[in-house]
Design a binder for this molecule. Structure first.
Ligand code: 0A1
Ligand code: ZN
Length: 879
């Protein structure tokens, strides 16, 4: 295959032309669409050729200042249109191109989703609609006119305000939209369809009325209310917390069934995956409701962090994504439970991002090169990027951080900027030097923070010795020391209370929680007036994205699980204890011994029995989280050589030990669940998650037959998806006799609800007790298709990422199955195909037999003709 081109951050050059105005005329016909674009261009330097991007466009005509150009006047070279002789003053360029949206299965540019026309332009999709300077630092004013058949496509939408509409003859009509804000092409959007609409309005903090509209297929109209409430809550929250007011008179969301990601923040016209808009108690679990809330907020927040202030180039992607994820995490923390939110966010970080950072796919939050930018919409850019912003927030404090973001937004409004500009604005607003934090954007890998403690009873002093080390990586042989904020408290072992904290040299104590900043190879801090031995609570709320290496005793961890007043750290203590036990069990299984029980297990079980009853009463959601064991993927990062079946065995053994020790407790708690009808609020959600956790443990206990009967009953009586789904999952995962009839019933009941059918596929694809032929059968089901990303993911991605035992079966058949799907999919949707390869990111650390199988399958795949997306990811995996 031809060698794809690598793009480097260091080669950045400002654009040679600016585009003041874009006028788009989009004429939709059944077999094709005609796009006429008129650009007003201004050269920024004399005598430069104009090079526009364009992909899969059939050029019809090209006019420069109203003069028709001949094929001698321009060249079409690969993905570029080059015009050598252009005026040295402002000029206009009109192109007419023909495109074929119905054939566009990659879902970038203009495409059809269930008969509805929609667009996805980030990052480089606009070039599939029209010739353009398709880069984020070219900002322009867009006017868009769409013309289409009136009956088939009564709804015609684009960015900004509707300025004209009417009849276009021959049963056609048109609508013209004008966006008053300059924007890069990646924020362009348009829609043509037959859609129903939920309308509402919002009055901004200065009293302006904004029309809110959510467009969906008519069948889905009853499932839009939660998204609308989430939108209004986000708009209010951004005013209150960041002082950000919405800027247009209309804000629209359109839900589409075929979408590569979660959603897209196009100016004034967000386009969403249906999975991130639709929610109804009968079809959506509590987690699904929360996902809608956070994605609606995320896209809305982009209006300022991303749209008003955008990225200079795609290397700066985390400028908008890291900051916006941080903002949506803050928002979600303010809606339900802050500690549960932080637990969930950190779980993703540790399970997904840490794994990426330790794999051949590792890259800095601001990458330095890429072949295909679509491969860099990663957990590192999003989640680690959000952690960097969170550290800056922690170090500055709430008010100083707000001063910083105010300056950032006012200084750079209407500009395309860099990560440096962001950090500099936070620094300038507070006269602080934050430049050391820039290194977090520049180097990959997760730092390890090692802590040693020493209590001197005579001096009543307590010393923390802290060192840091970031693993080296190809291209990054000498990682620098990073500023690592460590939020901590010290708990008196006898009273269980946090003590006042005075560092040596200070005249008085400063609070009971403090932030130390470790920024050297090795540092010590000594606290004085420490009357009794203490237990340290370190890295509270996960104050930095690091691996904490602190050899606490089991007793200390149990103490923190019970006494820490930071809910997140109670969870972290539980995770550390489970991790310690599980790693010992895995090592035993690796050596063909019994997993292990012994003293540590007894300590854990006694500890859980002692404090769970109270915790379940006080904070059921936290209790449910504390009982969730580290995932297989997380544990795989902690062993030198991975045997996925041993990891699963150990986890199952620990689950069973807890289940049997506390079976009576779980049964009583399950039976005490009293909710009658479904409501969506923090307390009700907490109760449901606790019920589900109790049921799931009961199903693992020796009383599983009884538990299966309870699950079957819960399934039948459920009036909401949370209850129904947890019961169905329990039946399937525990191989209950009732599982197959429940699955059949579920499918029949929800056959018309695509998102629920996705979850029906997912439960089966993640069943560790299934066989590979069961999974193959799911792909043979009439409802399965490769052309809908949600459906595809519900089987293939779920299988590859969340069914480790089957995916990693020792004969390599699981790998082969996924590789075959990737090869097939790569011809249809390269973005998603490339993403699926992430399931192989640990292949080099697998035990020998599996490693050889994985290598064989990946090398075979590399022999094929591949897209740039898949080529790049596969090369990084094999390199
Ligand atoms: N900016 C969006 C994510 C997104 C990226 C690419 C897409 O298509 C290729 C779609 C959406 C977000 O952060 O929500
Ligand atoms: Zn985003």
């Amino acid at each position: 295959m031809s060698n794809p081109k690598t793009v480097y951050l260091k080669d950045y050059q400002a654009p040679l032309f600016s585009i003041e105005q874009v006028n788009l005329q989009v004429d939709i016909f059944n077999d094709y669409t005609l796009v006429t674009s008129t650009l007003n261009l201004t050269p920024q330097q004399a005598n430069q050729a104009l090079v526009l991007h364009g992909v899969d466009l059939e050029l019809q005509t090209l006019h420069l200042d109203n003069q028709l150009l001949s094929t001698d006047d321009y060249q079409l070279q690969g993905e570029e249109l080059v015009i050598h002789n252009v005026p040295n003053q402002p000029f206009s360029l009109q192109s007419v191109v023909k495109i074929y949206p119905a054939k566009n299965l990659a879902l970038e540019g203009l495409y059809l989703s269930k008969g509805m026309y929609c667009t996805q332009c980030e990052p480089e999709g606009f070039r599939k609609i029209s010739y353009y300077l398709d880069r984020p630092d070219v900002l322009s004013s867009f006017t868009t006119t769409i013309t289409a058949d009136k009956n088939q496509y009564p709804t015609l939408l684009a960015n900004g305000n509707l300025i004209a509409q009417g009849d276009a003859g021959e049963g056609r009509h048109f609508a013209t939209w004008q966006d008053p804000f300059k924007k890069p092409s990646y924020l362009f959007a348009m829609v043509a369809g037959d859609l129903a609409c939920l309308e509402d309005s919002f009055t901004t903090m200065t009293g302006r009325e904004v029309a809110l509209k959510i467009y969906v297929e008519p069948h889905d109209l009853r499932q839009c209310h939660h998204a609308m409430e989430s939108l209004k809550a986000s708009m209010r929250w951004d005013e209150q917390v960041y002082g950000r007011e919405y800027d247009l008179d209309i804000f629209m969301i359109v839900a589409v069934s075929h979408f590569n990601m979660g959603a897209m923040e196009n100016k004034g016209l967000n386009i969403f995956n249906t999975s991130c808009v639709l929610a109804h108690p009968e079809t959506t679990t509590d987690l699904g409701f929360q996902r809608v809330e956070s994605v609606v907020a995320h896209e809305y927040f982009h209006n300022w962090s991303g749209n008003r202030v955008t990225c200079r180039d795609w290397f700066q992607l985390s400028l908008k994504e890291g900051f916006t994820v941080f903002r949506d995490q803050q928002f979600s923390a303010d809606q339900l439970s802050a500690s549960v939110q932080r637990i969930e966010d950190v779980a993703v970080l540790r399970n997904v991002q840490f794994a990426e950072d330790a794999s051949p796919l590792a890259h800095p939050v601001r990458p330095e090169s890429f072949i295909e930018i679509n491969n860099f919409y990663t957990a590192t850019v999003y989640e680690k990027g959000a952690e960097i912003v969170r550290m800056l927030h922690t170090v500055l404090g709430v008010d100083a951080f707000r001063k910083g973001t105010d300056l950032y937004f006012s200084r750079h409004d209407g500009q395309a900027v860099t990560v440096e500009d962001f950090v500099q604005a936070l620094a300038d607003a507070n006269q602080q030097d934050l430049s050391a934090f820039m290194q977090w954007y520049r180097q990959p890998c997760t730092p390890v923070l090692s802590v040693n403690t020493d209590y001197n009873a005579q001096a009543k002093s307590y010393t923390l010795s802290i060192s840091q080390q970031t693993p080296a990586k190809e291209g990054y042989p000498n990682p620098e020391y990073l500023p690592i904020p460590i939020k901590l408290a010290l708990f008196d072992q006898h009273t269980g209370q946090a003590i006042a904290l005075r560092l040596q040299g200070e005249t008085q104590a400063v609070g009971k929680e403090r932030v130390l900043i470790a920024d050297k190879s090795q540092q010590t801090w000594t606290f004085v007036d420490v009357e009794q031995a203490v237990v340290p609570s370190l890295l509270r709320d996960f104050s930095a994205p690091v691996v904490l290496d602190y050899q606490s005793s089991n007793a200390e961890l149990l103490f923190l699980m019970q006494h820490d007043n930071n809910g997140f750290n109670r969870w972290l203590a539980a995770q550390s204890l489970y991790e310690r036990l599980l790693l010992a069990m895995i090592a035993n299984i690796d050596q063909q011994q019994e997993p292990l029980t012994g003293l540590a297990m007894d300590e854990l079980l006694t500890g859980l029995a002692a404090f769970l009853p109270t915790l379940a009463q006080q904070d059921a959601a936290l209790a449910a989280k504390i009982l969730s064991l580290p995932t297989e993927n997380y544990l795989a990062e902690k062993v030198a050589v991975i045997n996925p079946s041993h990891i699963a065995q150990a986890r199952e053994a620990l689950q069973q030990a807890i289940a049997n020790a506390l079976a009576d407790f779980f049964r009583t708690q399950y039976m005490a669940f009293t909710q009658t009808s479904y409501i969506y609020n923090s307390a009700a959600i907490a109760q449901r998650s606790w019920r589900d956790q109790c049921l799931s443990y009961l199903l693992q206990s020796t009383a599983s037959t009884e538990a299966q009967a309870l699950a079957a009953q819960q399934y039948q009586q459920a009036d909401n998806m949370s209850a129904r789904m947890s019961a169905l999952r329990g039946l399937v995962y525990s191989q209950a006799a009732q599982a197959s009839s429940a699955l059949a019933d579920f499918y029949q009941r929800f056959v018309d609800e695509a998102l629920v059918v996705d979850s029906w596929f997912a439960v089966q694809a993640t069943n560790a007790k299934a066989s590979l032929s069961d999974i193959e059968q799911l792909c043979a089901h009439s409802a399965f298709t490769l052309t809908n990303p949600n459906r595809l993911r519900s089987v293939v991605a779920q299988f590859a990422n969340a069914n480790p035992v089957l995916f990693h079966q020792a004969d390599g058949a699981g790998y082969q199955f996924v590789a075959n799907k990737i090869a097939e999919l790569d011809k249809i949707n390269p973005q998603i195909a490339s993403r699926l390869l992430g399931a192989f990111s640990k292949w080099r650390r697998l035990e020998n037999r599996r490693k050889q199988q994985a290598e064989r399958v990946l090398t075979q795949l590399a022999q094929q003709v591949l897209s740039n997306d898949t080529f790049e990811t596969l090369n990084r995996l094999l390199r």
